[in-house]
Design a protein around this ligand. Structure first.
Ligand code: 5CA
Length: 445
């Protein structure tokens, strides 16, 4: 992409309404604009990042054997009356009446709708296990929307639902989600710690939240530092291996890690003092096993091998896709701007032309631009007539992990400069070597 033709409305001033770094930086870097309280438009670069996160979530869900689909944002109130949640959900639910006087709602989550789809189509144990998910906009009329996309009213969420014959099968589905979430967050460059949590309005007491540690997080968390030393890596997982997944689950849940809702001071005190940590966290996902709560209420049953009709065991599993962008920025920024992890960066590298209009500099930038694209990468080429300082400030603000700086002086010696956004370290090399270097970095990403 050539910056001169892109739509990247950067703000020079810090917006006064933004209280935390990620909200400020998302506005300043031209990723989002507020449409109304807790509701945002996604500008081209913000949308690009959202799509990247969505793609990672899809890839990891499909890898775990779960099936993507798409349910609507608007739902009929009747299904929610069946489950009893129409009244329980309270003012967070946005209720709408259509022209025929029918009660509708903007879905805050989809347990009822998916259970209805399931009960109308699946009748036999032979069709289980089954996990369906979608990534769709949700609406919760939060009393205090704040921190930009972190606590929005309209937000983008992946929600998945498992249907199983027995509790054991459903707990295996729980573990599949647990492990696939570990992979998902790591690919996004995040350390998200699974913590014992509270079921809230979704229900169930078998539930974990995944939290990214950050001072600005809304949850208070207590954990054994040992859990932060764990990393999943890019090992292959057999998602059908019941014992294998259980063992990964146990490794990650053995060290103490809980949110304030389930914190147990006595258990925490048993952790060696030097490893006892208290901090704040951003909840980027939550998984639930809730048994037959919805299948009992909505008669979602299958016929077993012996001919009995039994309610299915279910769970639901969410990832806050739009919130994740805020969480990644909270975890990865400095005074000058965002620092995108390689797995989610909107463009792989920025090209800064220090002397637009100089024949050699323009030619070298074109060579880099085309060369990177030929390797399947997306560069952002700052080809504007701007001072070098302003171009550097823009690149730092938008946070591409790698910058290639091209100027007549370097080119006299046949070199351009490759700079890491994270460390600030620079190295001079030929344009060909710069293309190789960047391609190499993104090989495993
Ligand atoms: N039905 C279940 C699982 S699919 C469910 O709705 N879970 S949830 O309430 O925990 O939401 C899933 C994830 O959505 C949360 O972990 C959080 O990351 C994100 N989320 C929830 N509310 C908001 C909000 N107001 N703004 C942004 N993200 C949110």
């Amino acid at each position: 992409m050539r910056l001169s033709t892109y739509f990247l409305p950067i703000l020079k001033e810090t917006p006064s309404e933004a209280q935390i770094a990620s909200h400020r930086l998302m506005l300043r870097a031209g990723l989002i604009r507020q449409a109304s309280a807790g509701i945002y438009s996604w500008l081209p670069m913000g949308f690009k990042i959202l799509r990247k996160l969505e793609t990672i979530v899809h890839e990891e869900q499909i890898r775990a054997g779960h099936h993507p689909m798409l349910m609507p944002t608007l739902q009929s109130a009747d299904l929610w009356r069946e489950s009893g949640r129409y009244d329980d959900y309270g003012q967070e639910m946005l209720r709408i009446t259509d022209r025929h006087g029918r009660d509708m709602l903007y879905g805050p989550t989809n347990e009822e709708l998916i259970t209805d789809i399931f009960r109308n189509s699946v009748k036999s144990y032979k069709d289980l296990p089954l996990t369906l998910y979608h990534i769709q906009w949700k609406f919760r009329d939060e009393i205090r929307p704040r921190f930009g996309v972190m606590r929005g009213r309209e937000f983008f969420m992946k929600d998945g639902y498992n249907f199983d014959l027995t509790k054991e099968d459903a707990l295996h589905a729980y573990n599949r989600h647990f492990v696939s979430y570990l992979r998902t967050y790591e690919r996004m460059g995040l350390k998200a710690i699974p913590m014992r949590a509270d079921g809230g309005p979704i229900g169930g007491d078998y539930t974990h939240e995944f939290l990214v540690l950050a001072d600005t997080g809304e949850s208070e968390v207590f954990y054994d530092r040992a859990v932060t030393d764990l990393s999943f890596g890019d090992r292959e997982v057999d998602f059908g291996d019941v014992d294998g997944l259980q063992s990964i689950y146990e490794t990650w849940t053995t060290p103490y890690a809980r949110t304030d809702e389930t914190h147990d001071a006595a258990l925490f005190d048993a952790v060696p003092e030097e490893r006892r940590m208290t901090s704040r966290g951003i909840e980027v996902g939550q998984i639930f096993y809730f048994g037959t709560k919805y299948s009992d209420a909505m008669k979602a049953e299958v016929v077993t091998e012996s001919g009995d009709r039994v309610p299915v065991h279910m769970g639901s599993h969410g990832i806050g896709v739009s919130r994740l962008i805020g969480a990644i920025i909270e975890a990865s920024h400095d005074d000058n701007g965002i620092i995108w992890p390689e797995g989610v960066t909107p463009f792989h590298a920025g090209i800064v032309n220090l002397k637009q209009g100089d024949t050699d500099a323009d030619a070298a930038c074109d060579q880099l631009y085309k060369g990177l694209m030929a390797r399947g990468l997306e560069p952002l080429y700052d080809d504007r007539e701007e001072r070098a300082g302003a171009k550097f400030a823009t690149m730092d603000l938008i946070g591409l992990p790698w910058r290639i700086t091209v100027g007549p002086r370097g080119l006299k010696n046949g070199v351009v400069e490759v700079t890491s956004r994270r460390t600030g370290d620079s190295e001079n090399m030929s344009p060909e070597a710069a293309i190789d270097r960047i391609a190499q970095i993104y090989k495993g990403v």
